[in-house]
Ligand binder design. Sequence first.
Ligand code: FE2
Length: 321
Amino acid sequence: MLVLGIESSAHTFGVGIVERGRILANEKSMYKITDKGLVPSKVAETHIANAADVISRALSKAGLKIGDIEGIGYTKGPGMGPCLQVGEITAKAIANRLGCNIAQVNHGAAHIAITKAMTKMQDPLVLYVSGGNSQILRLAGSTYKVLGETFDMGVGNMIDSFAREIGLNPAWGSTVAKYAQQGRYIKLPYTVKGMDFAFTGLLTSAIKLKGGAKVEDLCYSIQETAFAMLCEATERALLLTGSDELCVCGGVAQSTRLQEMLGIMAKSHGARFGCAANEFNADNGAMIAYVAERMLVKGLGTPLAKCTIEQRYRIDRAVVV
Ligand code: FE2
């Protein structure tokens, strides 16, 4: 089945095209982050302006015309309301014109699905880390069970907030990672409770040290502390579940330092570690198309009039296909 998927939950408007699980196109445009962060209405305006171009590019990359598309998928949530709406409306307009079925996809479940496909893992323990999400997950029946998660904010948003507060340039995660390479460790708050964790204390303490410590040392220490917290909680989950596969996915999974730390931890317990290429850890339309095709083939489409968005669409309510 030829399926076009639309991702628009945050700063990326992505369009992917998939046929029988094979990715034919994965195009996107990204909102340029400023020092004001992401203003949802501004990001949505940018998505609206870019939507047609990204769809055309994806179709042309796949060598298709819009009329060839047999099914549509879009991100129902979680994400920023105005941004999700752009994807929803675009998907509905195309589905309506083509008279094809439509699937509502959970963003986090799509990251995991594409990662499992790329790493060829069967039933991994999953660390899902992005701007707004930080969760440890394992499939239980047809839904993901959240074994551990952040009590306050996603690790990506924490690092972004820190970078903004100490005056670093946008593209914060990568800027912090760059400075961290020259840094030395400063002790910062470390909060892990069982398989859950919290980042606010770490963030507040690091910001308070602005001006009193080298930027490199702050970047290194906040990154090492946050990643060590994630590794400790994930290690506990790995041992409790006895899983022999561990994968990391989501925007923060692009961090080579986090990959390195998790890889060492997994190896020490005889578990295989894997992650997808950066293209699929960043937000993308291909992962939405990939899951949408699986849903539509199994008859899990939604009538057009019942398609909605849900800003807090938790992954443990999404049916995994
Ligand atoms: Fe994402």
